[in-house]
Design a protein around this ligand. Sequence first.
Ligand code: SMG
Ligand code: MG
Length: 373
Amino acid sequence: MRPFEVELRRAALPLVRPFRTSRGAETDKHVLLLQWRTEGPHGPVSGWAECGADPEPTYYPEYIDTVTRALVDVLVPMAREVAAADGPFLPRLRTALDDVPGMPLAKAALESAALDAELRAAGMPLSTYLGGHRDRIPVGVSVGIADSIDDLLDWVGGYLEDGYHRVKLKVRPGWDVEPVRAVREAFGDDLPLQVDANQAYRTSDIPHLLTFERFGLLLIEQPFPADDLLAHARLAADLRTPVCLDESITSLGSAAAAIALRATDAINIKPARVGGYLTARSIHDLAAAHGIPCFCGGMLETGVGRAMNLALAGLPNFTLPGDISATSRYFAQDITQSFELVDSCLVPPTGPGSGADVDLDAVEEVTSARITC
Ligand code: SMG
Ligand code: MG
């Protein structure tokens, strides 16, 4: 492996609409971007990745400051040691990362930047490397908690006009039955509709959640706390509507446990949360072997992460539409090329690596701090 350096940038992009879930609201996408700079066979190469961490520990225990420290103090020096030894770099980096406990978001960001750099140097698209075979990825839209039912219906109506065919509503106690009923009444029973509670319910809410059966939902995502697989198993046993895990799936082992316990009928695979694209692919393969359908989740990524997610979502067991919407659903101005909806699908880029064309001027404009390590 050639010598490399990694530049970390803290950046913020205004969202076109605030995004509120049971865990809080965001008006800007705060992101840690990684640029992995090295020499390729034909000159300098940059691999790009973004970290799924937020500024605060809202969804995950890791947040931007802890990820930055982990990368600077532990993971980048470790990658440098791996690079100095003989043998193929990426598999040995994966083994070294697996030896460090926890920190999946930091690991995912580092591995993704290295992967993008290696593939750009080799001229290979990430989708080819991962085994993706689709040139159109069916996608949906995730709709935050609104101030009123009228606002929600306006938003959903606008997204349907934009061409989305699958809608996910964020729910929480007090914002669940009414919004779901209103969307069903306004847009019909045929609209593929699912809900995501981001862990907001408790086992005592199971009787209430069973009443969601009447809405004919595609799935109910992560109703209970991430570590409560048994509560999900209890709900899944009594509900015909599929139960889908998101935050509970942090590794291949947790996916295997959830499947063995029958705690999940579907999996939302977020590469950022499981430690990277290679582990995401392993979870996809495990789920496929057990007949568990998957979709590729999202963290309001910039084009950098969106391009990578589209490459992953081309794998065959991503049979549910992904949380990967068009650029215009998130940002007026992104830091890469825009991704546009075509027949409710996005088209994965075909260039080497992630295929994201990073606009350096746009990145400069949104950067507030940087560190090279
Ligand atoms: O990227 O379109 C997107 C957002 C999809 O709802 C989405 N993600 O729990 O699935 C989820 C949430 C995670 C939090 S978004 C900051
Ligand atoms: Mg979710």
